[in-house]
Design a protein. Structure first.
Lengths: 291, 259
């Protein structure tokens, strides 16, 4: 019973990370019909830049804010330099290659500058675990589902209640029509990538104290975030949140009852099977086919 | 003060003044296919101008180049005294040119109200009260939109979507409203209601450029009409005079022989 509680709680925590990264993919995809494939690097920058800022003597909270802002700017710059020029034609796929290329550059540069050893991200919430229903967990880990709820609700309100959010949905629906009401669709897409950057970097710095910050920490998590977004049906934000959390919980149960080694093998197999059964994603709407 | 467009009468240039839009030698091509091959066209301030022609005559491509949806391959566009050749559509809207696109293109996943707010995207920050007042005017002009204000635009009928597309266009307070294929897919009953609205808007001072495949409607409501064929303007003239002109019928039936 205690084991089950433990798996649920840690699963909820890591699942919230997948969900937030998945939401980043959702925001990028809706605006641009393209994504930054190496979005995991933005996640990584959130944690690594916080450590770097703390090294400079900046206290934790301002360091975190600076890191998120810098990562968001990097995410927007990637849109401008590596997505937009390669996403001009309908069905363009150049951005797939270019975002992977720039992501690899960022990862290598970070390894060179930051070092290849993981470093701790000090947080007062990750010093002593608390006991909850027989399970031991760091308060830091409980922060993640809370952050996920705030981010998801905030995103929903942003899309429905603000002019910028409405404009972003308008661009997602029909770029030409958005232009014809005076919306600069390119600018909106740039902002969308920046917002996605905030989500990714926030997830990175929040899980940083638990997993340690390193130049490679984003690679697999970025992939998993992309996977849960696809499995959910990438155009459905609520679906992405649910899929992310469920995948995190499922992972912890596989880890607990089988082994850590089995986790990704079984997890990815499960995802492939789900995609076979639901080609549009679990919560995706059937896309209108053009004949 | 104009009840619908919100333009005060004294703001309006004299109808016989400089054209609000003038297009010269405009060419549009898609790869090697030339859709528009050197078109000259002008819309005077306060004028209601039509462009008619059969399917594939280049009408929509011409409009798309004028409104900045695509870049022309050659020629120039002058709007409201400035050279706007190649300006993006969002720039054109800010300059005072709004377009009701072919197929209406309402934001189907957003409410009628949100569609109208988006129509005012370029001015809502500066003038939120004016926008709210204009939305009220639109719901008086099209009561059906008022009844469905919180409904998703995708659930509206074709006629209601066309009303929404017109109202959305007007919310930017344009100097020139460009309409592409108003009649597309709509029942005659709806058209008999929509065309008088355009006439009314024009009487209140709005310049309108209407592209229309149903020539009879266009000739009945506009002052002047251009007839297009194969990417060129064949001729233009007073709409009243053209209504009885055999050349119009010839253009539609391709009876000029050479093509």
């Amino acid at each position: 019973m205690e084991a089950v509680t433990q798996y649920l709680l840690t699963g909820l925590s890591v699942g919230s990370v997948y969900a937030m990264v998945g939401l980043g993919f959702y925001v990028m995809w809706t605006a641009a019909k393209a994504v930054n494939f190496n979005f995991g690097d933005i996640f990584m920058l959130g944690a690594v830049l916080t450590v770097v800022a703390i090294d400079q003597g900046i206290p934790l909270l301002p360091a975190a804010v600076l890191a998120v802002a810098a990562a968001a700017i990097a995410a927007a710059a990637i849109e401008r330099g590596f997505v937009r020029p390669f996403n001009r034609e309908a069905n363009a796929i150049g951005w797939m290659l270019t975002t992977i290329a720039v992501g690899t550059m960022i990862e290598s540069a970070t390894t060179a500058l930051f070092g290849s050893n993981p470093r701790g991200l000090p947080s007062p919430l990750a010093e002593t675990p608390i006991r909850l229903g027989g399970a031991g967990i760091y308060p830091q880990e409980l922060l993640l589902p809370v952050a996920l709820i705030i981010v998801a609700v905030g995103l929903e309100l942003f899309y429905r209640r603000t002019m910028l959010g409405r404009a972003m949905r308008a661009v997602a629906w029909n770029r030409t029509a958005a232009g014809l009401v005076g919306i600069d669709a390119d600018r909106i897409t740039l902002i969308a990538f920046g917002i996605a950057g905030v989500l990714g970097a926030l997830a990175g710095l929040l899980i940083g104290p638990v997993v340690q910050a390193s130049s490679t920490m984003g690679a697999v998590i970025g992939l998993k975030g992309f996977m849960v977004a696809i499995i959910a049906g990438i155009a459905n934000a609520r679906g992405v949140v649910i899929a992310g959390v469920l995948y995190g919980v499922a992972e912890k149960f596989i880890e607990g009852y089988l082994s850590t080694a089995a986790r990704d093998a079984i997890g990815f197999t499960l995802m492939v099977l789900l995609l076979l059964l639901f080609p549009q994603g679990l919560f995706g709407r059937k896309e209108i086919k053009k004949v | 003060m104009n009840a619908i467009t919100g333009i005060a009468a004294e703001d309006l240039p004299a109808p016989a003044g400089a054209p609000i839009l003038s297009v010269s030698g405009l060419r549009v091509s898609y790869g090697r296919i030339e859709a528009v091959r050197g078109v000259d066209l002008a819309v005077g301030a306060g004028e209601f101008v039509g462009i008619i022609g059969s399917n594939g005559a280049g009408k929509t491509s011409l409009l798309r180049a004028v409104t900045g949806v695509l870049k022309p391959a050659g020629g120039s566009v002058t709007f409201d005294g400035a050279d706007t050749t190649g300006s993006g559509s969002h720039v054109m809207v800010a300059r005072g040119l709004a377009m009701v696109p072919e197929g209406r293109m309402v934001f189907a996943d957003q409410s009628v109200r949100d569609n109208l707010l988006l129509g005012a995207f370029t001015r809502i920050k500066a003038d939120p009260q004016g926008v709210a007042a204009d939305i009220d005017r639109m719901t008086r002009m099209f009561p059906r939109l008022g009844e469905r204000i919180d409904q998703q635009a995708g659930t509206l009928s074709g006629g209601e979507q066309q009303m929404l597309a017109i109202a959305r266009g007007l919310l930017s307070r344009p100097k020139l409203l460009v309409i592409d294929e108003l009649s597309l897919g709509l029942a005659p009953k709806i058209l008999d209601m929509l065309f008088p609205v355009l006439t009314q808007l024009n009487r209140e001072g709005l310049s309108i450029l209407l592209v229309e495949q149903m020539a009879s409607y266009a000739l009945a409501v506009t002052h002047r009409t251009y007839v297009m064929e194969n990417g060129r303007v064949l001729f233009d003239g007073e709409s009243k005079a053209l209504a009885g002109d055999d050349r119009v019928l010839d253009a539609y039936l391709g009876r000029r022989g050479k093509h």
